[in-house]
Design a protein around this ligand. Structure first.
Ligand SMILES: [Zn+2]
Length: 185
């Protein structure tokens, strides 16, 4: 199952708004409930399914001075304050960036149903590396790394647009930090 196009574009728009504020890295995550019924709240429809946003967060590391307040982790915290369940196995997560290892582990522990992301991380060990390694070990019947293999799906069609937003964000930060140099030739 693939999330509606207008929902993914909406998440990209949110990340663009976060980027414009120039405070936090514009990573955005949404947790969704998918059903056949239209219920209240922010709902996106495609192919007979209604995708309702039950939790939305951006990165809040600077705001709260908390290194763990990544968008995925904070979105989980928000839904946990509303839903009295130990596991979140009925919910889907969409993030505009591939989750880091910390968030990926958190999402696995909460047994999120499926993780979708738009852009691969370009540094370090990523969640997709762990996922693929574990799947290969499972295939070879050697010891698995993960107990649960939650689908981790790259939505490549949004990759370029999202990449530009991150690139512009970091470029603008660099421009602001570097002293302005005027050449009088
Ligand atoms: Zn993270």
């Amino acid at each position: 199952m693939i999330p509606p196009d207008n929902l993914c574009r909406w998440i990209i728009d949110v990340s663009q708004k976060v980027a414009k504020q120039k405070k936090e890295i514009p990573v955005v995550s949404a947790i969704l409930e998918v059903s056949f019924d239209k219920r209240g709240g922010l709902v996106f429809y495609e192919n007979g399914y209604y995708w309702k946003i039950v939790s939305l967060s951006s990165n809040l590391v600077k705001k709260y001075n908390q290194i763990l307040f990544h968008s995925e982790y904070y979105a989980i915290n928000k839904i946990k304050s509303k839903v009295n369940k130990l596991y979140l196995n009925d919910y889907y997560l969409i993030s505009n960036l591939e989750p880091c290892l910390f968030c990926y582990s958190t999402l696995i522990l909460y047994r999120i149903k499926t993780i979708y992301f738009f852009l691969y991380r370009d540094k370090g060990i990523s969640s997709i590396d762990i996922y693929e390694l574990s799947m290969n070990r499972k295939k070879n019947k050697s010891k698995k790394i993960l107990n649960h293999h939650i689908p981790l799906i790259h939505l490549e069609q949004y990759s370029e647009k999202q990449k530009k937003i991150f690139q512009n964000f970091f470029q603008e930060l660099r421009n602001e930090k570097s002293p302005k140099v005027f050449l009088n030739l």
